[in-house]
Design a protein around this ligand. Structure first.
Ligand code: ADP
Ligand code: MG
Length: 254
């Protein structure tokens, strides 16, 4: 049965989508079967993996509101072993529409149950909020991966996120684990980056991935070509770091 990992942080621009796209691609490259679920109304993981949607294309939104079967919305990507359930702007309505539904927090969990067996990993790219879409993601997940940008105020909001995870454990998903904190956009020439690293290590020592994702311009260029870093520039530092992270994750599996 595949492991479901939510990539979450209510701050925008910290590297959630970049990690969803490139860690998933690196895992696929290492022969793991991976499904990305794009839970962000911005649909950046969808476009970043080169999947083009028409107005009629079904997305995870249609699954959440019970209008489509999960399997019918799965799309292959150009990367071997990597599929995606796309996300699009309709998802912003789901935040509101689901509010009055019964068991509104477990929609995604139920939707993924029937496809779990077909993948080694299911990676959920969360939106930059702690609303119903992120709560659905944390309820469906076995573990949560938190990207943390090595910038001013990196730790700001982290307490609130860890608190939300605790609340989810108490009510909706008692087995939710912390997969790890991933330092992103690290710049070794920048004292601030090193300062953030030191601080995070002090507070959350055991939970940090050994792999650190450097700031690398190739990582920011790749999405505009609808490509993962593995396709766009496998020799880049960015690609090497996500391949390393995939190895670290695979080594943790029982
Ligand atoms: P989030 O999904 O958390 O909002 P993104 O993954 O979209 O964050 O990243 C925010 C911006 O930073 C994007 O333009 C992305 O291309 C860029 N970016 C992400 N990670 C890196 C990195 N390691 N090096 C350089 N740019 C990055
Ligand atoms: Mg994003």
């Amino acid at each position: 049965m595949g492991k479901i990992i939510a990539i979450a942080n209510q701050k925008g621009g910290v590297g959630k989508t970049t990690t969803a796209i490139n860690l998933s691609s690196a895992l696929g490259f290492a022969d793991a079967k991976v499904l990305v679920v794009d839970m962000d109304p911005q649909g950046n993981a969808t476009s970043g993996l080169g999947v083009v949607l028409s107005d009629e294309s079904a997305s995870i939104y249609d699954v959440l509101i019970g209008r489509a079967e999960t399997k019918s919305t799965i799309r292959p990507t150009k990367i071997e072993n990597l599929d995606i359930i796309p996300g699009n702007i309709n998802l912003s309505a789901a935040e509101v529409e689901l509010v009055t539904e019964m068991s509104r927090e477990t929609k995604l969990k139920k939707a993924l149950a029937c496809v779990r067996d077909e993948y080694n990993f299911i990676m959920i790219d969360c939106p930059p909020s702690l609303g119903l879409l992120t709560i659905n993601s944390l309820t469906a997940a076995d573990s949560v991966l938190i990207p943390l940008q090595c910038e001013y105020y990196a730790m700001e909001g982290l307490g609130q996120l860890l608190n939300t995870i605790r609340l989810i454990r108490e009510s909706l998903n008692e087995d939710l684990e912390l997969e790890g904190i991933l330092l992103t956009m690290f710049d070794p020439r920048n004292n601030l980056s090193k300062e953030v690293q030191k601080q995070v290590e002090e507070y959350l020592h055991d939970s940090i991935f050994n792999t650190i994702i450097p700031r690398n311009v190739r990582l920011s260029e790749a999405p505009s070509f609808g490509q993962s870093i593995i396709e766009y520039d496998i020799k880049s530092k960015g690609a090497a770091s996500y391949i390393e992270l995939a190895k670290e994750m695979l080594a943790r599996l029982p």
